[in-house]
Structure formats: C-alpha cells, structure tokens
Ligand binder design. Structure first.
Ligand code: ADP
Ligand code: MG
Length: 219
C-alpha cells in the first residue's frame, strides 16, 4: 500500500464551538491505483487531501505513506516526505508568476536535487503538448494551458502519490476533457498512486475506487 489512512479525524475550535471536519476516515491506495473523492462543497475533501499529503495534521488517527507514519513525524520529517513522495495539482493551477513554464516545472526538481532537471521538465512538458510554450509566463497562457504545465510539474516529480484537488474545476468542458485525458494518460504510464477530488462524475468513474464524503464522513 502506498498510502493508508486509519480512523482519521479532524476537529477545529471555531468561535468556541467544536467543528468536526473529518470523522473516522479509512482508506487505502496502492501503487498505480486511483481513488476519486467526491461529495458536496464543504464536506471536507480539501481538508482530507491536505492531511493525506502531510500539509496539515489530523486531530486523531494514522496516515502511512510507504509505511512511514506521517502522523508521528516531526514537521521536518514530514516536509522531507512531502518533498520526496508527494505532488499536487490544484484547481487554480498555483504556478509561480515570476517563472516561465519550463522554470515552473524545473523548480521542484531542483529543490529535490534531481539531476538533469531541465531535460526531465522538457520531457513532461512535451507529454502535455506544451513544448512550444516553454518560455511563456503563466499570465501569457490560457487556463487550460496553465493546468497542463501544472500537470507536467506534478508528474515530473515522479512522486509516489499524486494529489489533484478539483483539477478541472476552473476549466470549460472541452479543456476539462483534455486535462482529464492528460492526467489519466500520464498516470497510466507511471507507478504513482492518484487521489483526485472532483465534481466531475466522468472523471471520478475513471478511477479504480471512489469515496463520497458527506459532512466529513465516508458515505
Ligand atoms: P471541500 O473541499 O469539500 O469543499 P473543505 O475541506 O475545504 O471542504 O472544508 C470542510 C469544512 O471545514 C468547511 O465547512 C470549512 O468551512 C471547514 N473548515 C476548513 N478548515 C477550517 C478551519 N481551519 N477552521 C474552521 N473551519 C474550517
Ligand atoms: Mg475543496
């Protein structure tokens, strides 16, 4: 199993009241396997992704990435796992505006100390059909093109787990289909686990497993 969650809960105190954002979540995703997380807005999907990726910590419960107990690690150790094992694609792309497409894809590789970062970045930008836009800055690209760069950046990391939070949420229907195809084509060539939050039923149906969250619980 690449990623496992056991009895995961997240509670926060807000205006003196306890809010239960996630309640007793259990899931498993193995290598080269995919999980869709669906459910209405506010049901806890993004919180769950953040906790599984080690960006946020649970109130109780356990998360293992490659057998490593993420919930038990120091912030430093978690950040090491994030850098080495996890990649993210967001709804709003989250490219760095001061870097061109190639530099955006190279950055995480350089931070990891990967050799031949430029060659790898170019290879993944070509996979997503952006080989003629390497020097373009994010503001010179359409939304669909920015998301293609973000997908190249995420897959170029060759991470154990790829998280996508509503990756087609800001795109029109034809771009949504293109992006979904790119995610799945690239995923199928990789050995990563894929966890994808989506409102798009056709995208969810392409995954090996689906869970639906309602008020922080798996339905
Ligand atoms: P989704 O991604 O499914 O739309 P989220 O995970 O973003 O849902 O949020 C789940 C619920 O938790 C929402 O009601 C949100 O307002 C609440 N929430 C998330 N983070 C916090 C926080 N730090 N403090 C208080 N409430 C929060
Ligand atoms: Mg969300």
């Amino acid at each position: 199993m690449i990623i496992e969650a056991r009895n995961l809960s997240k509670k926060v105190i807000f205006n003196d009241e306890e809010i239960i954002i996630l309640d007793d979540i259990n899931l498993n995703v193995s290598a080269a396997s995919s999980l869709a997380v669906i459910g209405p807005s506010g049901s806890g999907k993004s919180t769950l992704l953040g906790i599984l990726a080690g960006l946020d910590s649970p109130s109780s419960g356990e998360i293992y990435i490659n057998q490593e107990p993420l919930h038990d690690l120091s912030e430093d150790a978690r950040s090491k796992i994030r850098k080495e094992s996890v990649a993210f694609v967001f709804q709003n792309f989250e490219l760095l505006s001061g870097l061109n497409a190639l530099e955006n894809v190279m950055l995480p590789l350089e931070l990891k100390g990967t050799e031949k970062a430029k060659d790898i970045a170019e290879k993944y930008l070509e996979k997503v059909g952006m080989q003629n836009r390497l020097m373009h800055y994010p503001q010179q690209l359409s939304g669909g093109e920015q998301q293609r760069v973000a997908i190249a950046r995420a897959f170029a990391c060759e991470a154990d787990v790829l998280f996508c939070d509503e990756p087609t949420g800001n795109l029109d229907s034809s771009n949504s289909e293109l992006i979904a195809d790119l995610i799945f084509d690239t995923f199928l060539e990789s050995s990563s686990a894929l966890i994808i939050v989506t409102h798009d039923i056709s995208l969810a149906n392409r995954c090996d497993q689906q869970i639906k969250l309602i008020d922080g619980k798996i339905l």
